[in-house]
Write a protein that binds this ligand. Structure first.
Ligand SMILES: Cc1ncc(C[n+]2csc(CCOP(=O)(O)OP(=O)(O)O)c2C)c(N)n1
Ligand SMILES: [Mg+2]
Length: 797
């Protein structure tokens, strides 16, 4: 009996040793394959088959170790060095990696970005084609990578913050598909040099305060391109300088670990309990992975021999993680030289095959296009023997293109169309040209916004209804009643920002609601606009409906980078695979002083294509816009009128049911003499001006555009202009800002110039920031008298 037991134990031990050995060798194989992908990837760029390459060589072993603890439900917010982590997590194949390197626009080949992103920018879908949320708790999730250094930090905070909500908010227990009780960890990766960015510090501080399951890995290879650590980081060590953030008995903060990037065994051993601790306790951690190398240098754009000393290069060679991994395997008798060489050889063959397949798949549709053009060209030659010379030259040129691109096809076709003139054949050429134009448009210009059922443009407007005895209340009370009903009816909605929680925002929109719905759903944050946006991005990515607040529009600049680089591009850069339905709530326009009166709408319009921009004239309209946005997956910013909270409005009957359609202006005063186009706080001044103009016998039509993005999608302003033949665009942005944008939309896009009797105008604020106090406002921004004067001038013209 005892013998039997002993035999079993021996057998079990042997089995577990075999499994262990198998796992180690499989890791070694993957490290070799990933390295080959880097080496061959670089060659593809240097031989001109790809434009640019950035690779994860030198980081393979650390990433394989980390990926072991990356579970279904977890998130990665990383950067361009993480190919091995993503391969190890089985979220990318090597063939897909090459498809992206070649910029293959077929989303089935490059499922991360459909050729829209540089290589090593990975992503996994968070919605299906109809915009329904996928079961994120059951899949490994990668939020689409970005190139700006440290831009992954704000959203990493949000991805981890969502776990805290899913764990702490009872109402969210109803969504097990989205989270397993908040047990998910966000794996965030960053280069050593990028920790110099403010984004990093703000994110670390926020994570330390919030206590969220965030694992930050710093891949420390000692350089940010050419600039060494001593010029990047105080004391030359990120873990050293972060010590004050370290969590201790009875404090918040983060755990800090130091690891060596070539030491496979120690990393695996340490990471297992460390990641589990994050999962269990939600105490975030930093893993400072030191002694990492970069065998091929930063990217294909330069060579590191220019800035690394011979000693450093020599050290990098001897501490190459794959070399060290191999030594460790041999020292521990887990394998033989022969077996490992065989693995290396097979890795090379495997990657070469993947690469060749990716290239052939990328080229095939283009080659088909070339064949079709050549066919058309030959047929044309028969019709136009007198032009045989030029046509032959064109055919030869296209045939000589060894690696043709879509643009070569378009350019050839265009030339052939010119040569074909009025021949019958021109029809076929033009037909094919138009087909390809359409196809390329779908490949390169689609998915800026949701295009399916979750597009905000699908949401129809509803009419307002009022009870016979509807009370007249302050604007902020409308919002307060609305948010109360919203939080009661939609468990996915959360709100946060500076002063949003305890006092219910500086204008009392959320007054009393934290006490009612809990300090997790309606919360105060530190003064950190960047990571407030990040909190919103991550939460939106995970299927919640965050309303993230920027206290005053003037401070949007602090949070603009993640909105512009991340939110506004998410849907586009993933070919519609990811959505980020964040609502940014802020208040602005028309108060006083350089930093409390801004209306930088041109800045917003130009940096946030990919978001909707709502500029409600009052709080009832704001409510209608929030309702519309909450039914869609598109992200948006809503700018409430700062001076509107104490203005009286009639309380509608059905706040939750009221929707304002986006891109549909409203005529707030009918008139026949001139069209005055405006929005937000300035609109009220325009309305007052219109009333005064009526006294002088001028009948102005006043149009509230309601949303700047989208803008007047049915061209209703043109209809007004057809009637009045005069138009003036008024706002309080700088000259050339949003008023110029509206002008361009109506004149060029809507063809408004055809209906003009007098020159169209814009009336804007001065170029400088507004001076303080009421006189400062009066002389800095368009005022009633300015509007009346200008309109009279236009009427007299
Ligand atoms: C905001 C921003 N500034 C500059 C760059 C250009 N840039 C790309 S990578 C890089 C160095 C990053 O070094 P590090 O964070 O150490 O990562 P590594 O490449 O060494 O892994 C720089 C300066 C950028 N992409 N984004
Ligand atoms: Mg570096």
């Amino acid at each position: 009996m005892e013998n039997l037991l002993e035999n079993d134990l021996v057998a079990a031990e042997k089995l577990s040793f075999d499994r262990f050995r198998e796992e180690v060798l499989s890791d070694y194989r993957l490290a070799c394959e990933s390295r080959e992908a880097s080496l061959m990837g670089r060659k593809e760029v240097l031989t001109g088959k790809a434009k640019f390459g950035i690779f994860g060589d030198g980081k393979e072993v650390a990433q394989i170790a980390a990926a072991k603890f990356f579970r279904p439900g977890d998130y990665r917010a990383g950067y361009y060095r993480d190919q091995t982590f993503v391969f190890a997590s089985k979220q990318a194949s090597i063939e897909q990696f090459f498809a992206q390197l070649y910029a293959n626009p077929d989303v089935n080949q490059d499922p991360f970005s459909a050729g829209r992103q540089m290589n090593s920018h990975f992503a996994t879908p968070n919605t299906d084609a109809d915009g329904n949320w996928l079961p994120l708790a059951r899949q490994k999730n990668i939020s689409s990578d970005m190139a700006p250094t440290a831009s992954q930090m704000p959203r990493a905070v949000g991805l981890a913050f969502a776990s805290k909500l899913f764990r702490k908010v009872d109402e969210l227990k109803a969504f097990p598909e989205l989270s397993n009780n908040g047990n998910e960890v966000c794996f965030c990766t960053i280069g050593d040099a990028s920790t110099s960015e403010g984004h990093f510090w703000e994110a670390v501080n926020a994570a330390g305060v919030l206590q969220i399951p965030l694992a930050i890995f710093v891949w420390d290879d000692g350089y940010g391109i050419s600039v060494p650590k001593k010029l990047q980081t105080t004391k030359g060590s990120i873990s050293e300088v972060l010590k004050g953030f370290q969590q201790r008995e009875g404090t918040n903060g983060l755990d800090i670990y130091k690891l060596k990037g070539w030491d496979y065994a120690s990393m695996v051993e340490l990471l297992e309990p460390a990641i589990q601790k994050i999962r269990d306790t939600h105490i975030p951690a930093i893993f400072h992975i030191e002694e990492i190398t970069q065998p091929q240098g930063h990217s294909t754009s330069g060579s590191h021999e220019r800035y690394k000393s011979p000693e450093r290069l020599e050290w990098e060679r001897s501490f190459d993680c794959i070399k060290k991994f191999k030594e460790w395997i041999l020292e521990n008798a887990l394998s033989s030289e022969e077996e490992l060489s065989d693995i290396e050889l097979k890795a090379k063959e495997f990657v070469r095959d993947c690469k060749n397949r990716a290239w052939a798949t990328y080229q095939q549709p283009i080659k088909d296009q070339v064949s079709r053009v050549l066919e058309l060209a030959s047929a044309l030659m028969l019709q136009l023997p007198e032009k045989a010379g030029v046509l032959e030259a064109e055919i030869r040129k296209l045939k000589a293109e060894k690696e043709p691109m879509r643009r070569d096809v378009m350019s050839s076709l265009h030339k052939l169309i010119q040569l074909a003139g009025k021949t019958d054949h021109a029809f076929w050429l033009k037909d094919y040209y138009q087909d390809l134009k359409k196809e390329n448009k779908a490949l390169y210009n689609s998915h800026l916004y949701n295009e399916g059922p979750k597009s905000a443009l699908n949401i129809k407007g509803s009419t307002l209804t009022f009870a016979a005895d509807a009370p007249i209340v302050n604007g902020y009370e409308i919002l307060n009643k609305y948010f109360d009903q919203l939080f009661a009816s939609n468990p996915k909605v959360i709100a946060f920002g500076e002063d949003v929680g305890y006092i219910g925002d500086v204008n009392q929109g959320f007054a009393g609601l934290q006490a009612k719905y809990g300090a997790d759903r309606i919360s105060d944050t530190g003064i950190r606009e960047l990571t407030i946006m990040g909190q919103g991005i991550g939460a939106a990515f995970r299927g919640l409906r965050p309303i993230a607040e920027i206290q005053y529009l003037d401070y949007l600049l602090y949070g603009l980078q993640p909105l512009s680089d991340d939110v506004a591009t998410t849907h586009y850069r993933t070919f519609g695979k990811q959505s980020c339905p964040l609502i940014v709530r802020t208040r602005g326009h028309r108060l006083e002083g350089i930093w409390h009166s801004g209306s930088p709408m041109g800045m917003i319009l130009n940096s946030l294509r990919g978001m909707h921009v709502c500029v409600p004239r009052n709080m009832v309209q704001a409510v209608g816009m929030y309702n519309t946005l909450l039914q869609s997956n598109d992200p948006a910013i809503v700018v409430e009128c700062l001076n509107g909270y104490r203005l009286k409005e009639k309380l509608p009957q059905d706040l939750l049911g009221y929707t304002v359609p986006l891109g549909i202006p409203e005529i707030v005063r009918k008139g026949t003499d001139i069209t005055l186009v405006s929005y937000g706080s300035t609109l009220r001044i325009v309305q007052e001006a219109a009333a005064q103009l009526a006294i002088y016998g001028i009948d102005a039509e006043v149009v509230d555009v309601q949303t700047l993005l989208p803008f007047d999608i049915h061209h209703s302003i043109l209809e007004s202009l057809k009637k009045t033949s005069r138009i003036l665009f008024i706002d309080e942005d700088v000259p050339g800002g949003a008023a110029a944008y509206m002008f361009n939309k109506v004149m060029e896009e809507q063809g408004g110039y055809r209906w003009l009797d007098v020159a169209p105008r814009t009336l804007t604020a001065q170029a400088h920031r507004p001076a303080y106090a009421s006189d400062g406002d009066y002389f800095s921004k368009p005022n009633l008298e300015d509007i009346v004067e200008l309109v009279k001038e236009m009427m007299a013209e």
